[in-house]
Write a protein that binds this ligand. Structure first.
Ligand code: MLT
Length: 311
């Protein structure tokens, strides 16, 4: 019987679907060396973003035929090494779109109305109404970097708040942008005109470090920045400096260049103008059940030798 390793953070739907045909082992999120030790036994592996499938892991994967990513981002998988070994990579681009979109909006509202700080004041027994004056979204401009699945859903919802939605995305057409009610602009225009900037691109060589000190300098004073995409898109040191100076009024951040985030890698730890979450954008019951089912179906198709949409 073929064997599949599933990391413990994948919803039970994946296990239920696959154990009818395969030996399924539910295991931990393993570090590279630990994974190298066990991967040789498996025909398939299913992970979330915390488990990285590096070149070294792939070289140790003598029987592996498929890597299933229960989520959309494949930046933690060495695609080139997998392709070279004939290992198929499948992801689930659809099922967690709305969860990610809603979390970005939750962060946006949090940093607009000082929700984490106000909450903390109440829990500490303080009654402070003066320190938490926010702003309104009404009539503000939001710049959406990446107007794909998540970005376009963010646009749709923010239009209901009567925000002007502008977008930077070299991969969508004017026609599509028009359908979405998003004004397509170049990056500098977006940086200069937005009251809010929200990131919705994958992490690629093109987007790594895309928002650094130079880009922040081009932003409006008092801009609010939301990142529920990938940590390494933003230079956090530059962002921390801009938050300290007030250039950036507030930031909502769900994703980190190195995860799990260690306190020593978190420059925002004592800051009060931030809302920080531990990469929970896709963590809804619906999204996790959906990605677990989708990834299990994809993995099964590969193991059956059926055609499949690859990542
Ligand atoms: C994704 O890439 O789908 C999300 O970031 C969620 C995740 O990695 O678990």
């Amino acid at each position: 019987m073929e064997k599949i390793y599933i990391t413990q953070d994948i919803a039970k739907e994946a296990k239920e679907l696959l154990e009818k045909e395969y030996t399924v082992v539910i295991g931990k999120n393993l570090a590279e060396d630990e994974l190298c030790e066990i991967i040789g036994e498996y025909d398939g592996i299913i992970t979330r973003s915390q488990t990285r499938i590096t070149k070294k892991v792939i070289e140790a994967a003598d029987n592996l035929k498929v890597i299933g990513r229960a989520g959309v981002g494949i930046d933690g998988i060495d695609l080139e090494a997998a392709t070279r070994r004939g290992i198929t990579v499948v992801n689930t681009p659809e099922s967690n779109t709305i969860a990610a979109c809603e979390h970005a909006i939750a962060l946006m509202l949090s940093v607009t109305r000082c929700i984490p700080q106000a909450h903390q004041s109440i829990q500490e027994g303080r009654w402070d109404r003066k320190s938490f004056t926010g702003i309104q979204l009404l009539d503000k401009t939001v710049g959406i970097i990446g107007v794909g699945r998540v970005g376009s859903n963010v646009a749709k919802r923010l239009q209901a708040f009567n925000m002007r939605t502008i977008g930077y995305d070299p991969y969508i057409t004017e026609e599509r942008a028009k359908e979405l009610g998003v004004e397509l602009v170049d990056l500098d225009t977006l940086l200069g005109e937005s009251d809010y900037i929200t990131l919705h691109t994958p992490l690629t060589e093109e987007t790594r470090g895309m928002i650094g000190a130079a880009e922040i300098a081009k932003m409006k004073d008092g801009v609010r920045l939301i990142n529920a995409a990938r940590g390494a898109i933003v230079d956090v040191k530059a962002l921390a400096e801009a938050l300290a100076s007030g250039k950036v009024a507030a930031a909502g951040i769900d994703v980190w260049a190195s995860e799990p985030l260690l306190p020593e890698n978190n420059p925002f730890i004592t800051m009060t103008n931030v809302a920080l979450t531990p990469h929970i954008g896709a963590s809804t019951k619906e999204a996790q059940a959906g990605v677990a089912t989708d990834v299990a179906l994809g993995v099964r198709q590969v193991l059956h030798g059926e055609p499949v949409a690859t990542a």
